[in-house]
Design a protein around this ligand. Structure first.
Ligand SMILES: NC(=O)C1=CN([C@@H]2O[C@H](COP(=O)(O)OP(=O)(O)OC[C@H]3O[C@@H](n4cnc5c(N)ncnc54)[C@H](OP(=O)(O)O)[C@@H]3O)[C@@H](O)[C@H]2O)C=CC1
Ligand SMILES: O=C(O)C1=N[C@H](C(=O)O)C[C@H](O)C1
Length: 262
């Protein structure tokens, strides 16, 4: 039995993940954590309560934590995982360099997986984007666009940046050196070899990502369209179960490891 704690238990993803844990044989919901003042504080999920403002007690009862919250909560959640010797899967987006440094540090002691997208489809898409960018060369322009629901707070999406990193890898350079500022802020012709981003927000869209590779006289479009949050929840629970697997060493893992994609 794998014991799973859910951080952000009352959120859109938290709710989808709780349903997935409860539907998964050999998985047990060790508890949930929310922000103080959330309407779900104190309500009962599985065999435990939703605890507010303190991830530590849940980490002590769990083999693995799943965190879909906000970047501001990350330090506390890593501390709880380290203290409880639990693995942790981090799905939160909007992370900055200092968050990645904290994740690297935690991964010296526990198994950690941080990913902007837990779906199989996006994991495969990233490999295709890297391959296409490598094959096509820098005279093909790359533009990544995404559409999300009206509640999303970060832009570009974590997945758009993840796909940008894959494209940059294909081009043999870090994304920071290839990322273009928004076109509307930079009049004039497009910088050759750069990677551009565009974001749309509206309605209830679960998350669409499109990668356009535009050459002279021809274009390639690679896309992933999420039809619901269940794909992210399934990937998160699969990843959490893999992380908590017997003998999983401390380290930083990727969804490609979970799906066996090398
Ligand atoms: N990796 C992936 O595959 C995916 C990643 N995401 C990412 O996951 C994150 C959450 O998305 P979503 O579920 O839509 O957002 P929600 O706002 O619906 O959920 C986040 C939840 O976390 C709660 N929260 C905030 N701070 C804390 C804290 N310190 N401790 C515990 N809970 C806290 C929020 O409470 P309150 O409402 O009171 O602020 C809220 O209930 C986003 O960064 C999103 O981009 C989303 C989908 C897929
Ligand atoms: O906030 C969301 O909803 C999503 N966020 C992730 C991201 O920023 O890429 C993943 C997915 O697209 C849904």
């Amino acid at each position: 039995m794998i014991r799973i704690g859910v951080l952000g238990a009352g959120g859109r993803m938290g709710q989808a993940i709780i349903s997935e844990v409860q539907a998964t044989p050999d998985s047990w919901l060790a508890g949930g954590v929310e922000r103080p003042g959330h309407p779900m504080c104190g309500s009962v999920i599985g065999d435990g309560q939703i605890i507010c403002a303190n991830a530590a007690p849940v980490a002590h009862k769990a083999d693995v934590l799943i965190d879909f919250t906000t970047p501001e909560a990350l330090d506390e959640h890593l501390r709880a995982a380290l203290d409880g010797k639990a693995a942790i899967l981090i799905g939160t987006t909007g992370l900055e360099a200092r968050h990645h440094a904290a994740i690297d540090e935690a991964a010296r002691s526990i198994a950690v997986l941080q990913t902007a997208n837990t779906s199989l489809g996006v994991t495969v898409l990233a490999a295709l984007v890297e391959q296409a960018a490598r094959a096509l060369g820098t005279d093909w322009d790359i533009e990544i666009s995404e559409l999300h629901h009206r509640h999303k707070v970060d832009a570009p999406s974590g997945t758009a940046l993840f796909l940008g990193e894959a494209a940059a890898r294909g081009r043999g350079a870090p994304l920071e050196t290839l990322r273009l500022p928004p076109h509307e802020d930079t009049p004039g012709a497009r910088r050759p070899g750069g990677i551009g981003f565009a974001s749309l927000r509206g309605g209830s869209a679960a998350g669409d990502h499109r990668v356009l590779l535009a050459g002279e006289g021809e274009r390639i479009e690679l896309a992933h369209l999420a039809e619901g949050r269940d794909i992210f929840a399934k990937g998160a629970v699969k990843g959490a179960r893999w992380l908590a697997g017997a003998g999983r060493k401390p380290g930083r893992y990727r969804m490609a490891d979970i799906f066996g994609l090398g």
